[in-house]
Design a protein around this ligand. Structure first.
Ligand SMILES: *Cc1c(COP(=O)(O)O)cnc(C)c1O
Length: 353
């Protein structure tokens, strides 16, 4: 029997959101925070054109995409690092800090990929419980030790949808020593409507130890193609670029991401629809009697505790896939109107069962 690292005895495999089919054949996938709409025709065309070149390796630096991002956000190209989805960029980040004994702080519950990446990289996870379903930034700063190398702040937080606002973030960042990397995971930035939530891109310019993670998987609708990026000052972005596997961003993904930036107006109009549906879904849930944290992302969170598995089953029986987390709660993505109505009907049925 080959000998594996001890961590492989305990590491939890990443559980992706499932799809389910109801008895009448209807299927609503609200388990992975995906865009409810299919790719734009212009993006499909760009992928089809790029397909004629896939006998070649892709551009290893993905220069067209880096230039498009640089122009879009007004940041120097050397402040950008790419990866095959922002989960992979996060893995590259763990590679940059993950020496034995290193500690990485993150809130819990937060994005389910963090513990997996921490375990795989060999760092020690330091989990700080949420307070009122929100990152407890004071407690996270208190958790800093001489071994801390990185702190992940998921804003808005997956799976609770809650946010940390400008004042508390500034106070927190002022407390973090400059040799500790702070990553603002802004996978859901495009869905934020609370004006007190700062855009990480306005923060990192004055703080060399802060960098921002973004993705094409959610608002830009490219979850299936895997493109994410980091924006940070050159030492951070440069280290993350070094940790990237060669050719990680494939040719089709590069073309689709560039085309998506060109079609941004159409995509952000779709986001607006999701934001409106988010308010409608939350209002309806509250009217049903649920406690629902205000969400600034494309999902809502129900802390169901021991009822979580039963709730997921009731939803599944109606053809609605939600994302249950043990005996903690369920995260439900905002889909199109029909899917959201199917979910609301299942939630009402659960309450009156
Ligand atoms: C969905 C999500 C991502 C994006 O993952 P990709 O690998 O880019 O698909 C990153 N961070 C959080 C918190 C997420 O929820």
């Amino acid at each position: 029997m080959p000998q594996f690292r001890a961590v492989f005895d305990t590491v939890a495999a990443y559980k992706a959101g499932q799809a389910v089919v109801g008895p009448d054949g209807r299927s609503y996938k609200l388990s992975s925070n995906e865009s409810p709409e299919p790719p734009l025709p212009s993006v499909v065309r760009a992928i089809a054109e790029a397909a004629t070149q896939i006998h070649r390796y892709p551009d290893p630096a993905a220069l067209r995409l880096v230039e498009a991002l640089s122009a879009r956000y007004g940041v120097p190209a050397d402040h950008i690092a790419l990866g095959a989805g922002s989960v992979t960029v996060a893995q590259q980040l763990f590679e940059t800090v993950g020496e034995p004994g290193a500690e990485v702080i993150y809130a819990w519950r937060s994005f389910e990929a963090y513990p997996l990446l921490a375990d795989l990289s060999g760092v020690t996870s330091v989990r700080v419980p949420l307070k009122d379903e929100t990152h407890d930034l004071d407690a996270m700063a208190d958790a800093i030790t001489p071994n801390t190398r990185m702190i992940l702040v998921c804003n808005p937080n997956n799976p609770t949808g809650t946010v940390n606002r400008a004042g508390e973030l500034k106070r927190f960042l002022d407390r973090v020593p400059e040799n500790i990397l702070v990553i603002l995971d802004e996978a859901y930035r495009e869905y934020v409507r609370d004006e007190d939530v700062p855009d990480g891109l306005t923060i990192y310019r004055d703080r060399p130890n802060v960098a921002v993670l973004r993705t094409f998987s959610k608002a830009y609708g490219l979850a299936g193609l895997r493109v994410g990026y980091l924006i940070g000052q050159e030492p951070v972005a440069g280290a993350v670029r070094k940790a990237m596997m060669p050719f990680a961003i494939n040719h089709l993904a590069q073309a689709a991401a560039v085309a998506s930036l060109q079609a941004e107006e159409e995509l952000l109009a779709r986001v607006e629809t999701v934001v409106a549906e988010r308010a409608r879904v939350r209002d309806a849930l509250v009217a049903q009697g649920w406690l629902v944290p205000q969400s600034e992302a494309n999902f809502v969170w129900l802390r169901l505790a021991g009822d979580t598995p039963a709730f997921a089953e009731v939803c599944a029986a109606a053809g609605v896939a939600v994302r249950p987390f043990g005996n903690e709660g369920a995260r439900v993505s905002i889909g199109d109107r029909e899917a959201n109505d199917a979910f609301l009907a299942a939630a009402a049925a659960f309450r009156s069962r």
